[in-house]
Design a protein around this ligand. Structure first.
Ligand code: 13P
Ligand code: SF4
Length: 308
């Protein structure tokens, strides 16, 4: 017998009560998954929610590093990811060994790592940051301190520009999804939709060439909030397309256009509503981080969560 979407939703809601579970979903998740979540947000807000929740079980609908961060912040909780293969091409660009080698080449530096990284890499870092607080995190570090920023070079370049610091070394990592967003396509779309505001995520590979025409550079949550508060009625959105669902739902009278409709993160899309149900049924797949790594990574993550 096949289950309808309504059956799946009501089964999820029963199991959530039975298990005292909360469902956290990233802004890039599939619409059905966002709609069944208790909270939808960006990496920073999701980490804060995971740290604060009273639930016993957290079903993390996002990618693996996000669930790992939740497991580090809430070690006494059961943190589940509905599909263990939901990885991140950006996080995969750096290993703990490679970071240790890089640090050895720059003695005395401060390491700032984007949350899109493994727990092992975070454990080698002094600070973590997300796209919404990267500039503030770097500003909290004395100006004369040399910084290694990993793994996203475009976010790092944005931080360099915003802080005016020249002593930031960048790891050459990037996200394959944000790489698909091109300045020429944005220019063409702006001609078609002349009244639309153009907002972009700092992970975009076209950051430096598209910056002169951008109205705002924002994290995914920053984009959602800006779309709500801006008087504009149309927006060109340069990030993963999953965010358009939430923007459209929150602002039915406004119109949102993807800078590239093919900017779809296949890792984020591995989480389906059926898998959310199976995750709650069988308490799978549990994400844990070895204590020794979690304790070292938590220092850097706590600093990230504290700087809003
Ligand atoms: P946000 O922190 O802006 O939600 O970004 C997460 C991410 O994976 C971007 O690709
Ligand atoms: Fe990673 Fe890019 Fe997917 Fe974000 S969109 S989770 S950075 S692969």
């Amino acid at each position: 017998m096949t289950s309808t979407l309504d059956d799946i939703r009501s089964r999820i809601s029963e199991l959530k009560k039975q298990r005292n579970a909360v469902i956290l979903a990233h802004n890039y998740q599939l619409p059905d998954v966002q709609d069944v979540a208790d909270f939808v947000g960006d990496s920073l807000r999701l980490s804060q929610r995971a740290a604060q929740t009273d639930a016993d079980v957290i079903v993390f609908c996002g990618v693996h590093f996000m669930a790992e961060t939740a497991a580090i912040l809430a070690p006494q909780k059961t943190v589940l990811i509905p599909d263990l293969d939901a990885g991140c091409s950006l996080a995969a660009t750096i290993t703990a060994d490679a970071l240790r080698k890089w640090k050895a080449e720059h003695p005395g530096v401060v390491v700032v790592t984007y949350v899109n990284s493994t727990a092992e890499v975070k454990a080698e870092s002094d600070y973590c940051c997300t796209s919404s607080n990267a500039v503030k995190v770097v500003e909290s570090i004395p100006k004369d301190k040399e910084i290694l920023f990993a793994p996203d070079m475009f976010l790092g370049e944005w931080v360099r520009r915003q802080t005016g610091r020249t002593n930031i070394h960048l790891w050459p990592g990037s996200c394959h999804v944000h790489h698909k967003i091109k300045t020429d396509d944005i220019v063409a779309l702006k001609k078609e939709k002349p009244k639309a505001e153009f907002i972009m995520h700092p992970e975009c590979g076209c950051l430096s060439t598209a910056l002169p025409i951008a109205d705002k550079v924002l994290s995914t949550e920053g984009m959602v909030q800006y779309a709500h508060s801006s008087p504009a009625k149309e927006f060109i959105v340069a990030t993963e397309t999953g965010i358009l669902h939430r923007m459209q739902k929150d602002n039915p009278e406004k119109r949102f256009y993807a800078a590239n409709p093919e900017a779809v993160c296949e890792f984020m899309k591995m989480i389906t509503i059926e898998k959310v149900l199976w995750s709650l049924e069988d308490l799978k797949y549990r994400v844990t981080v070895p204590k020794e790594i979690a304790d070292r990574a938590r220092r850097a993550i706590d600093r990230m969560v504290a700087i809003v």
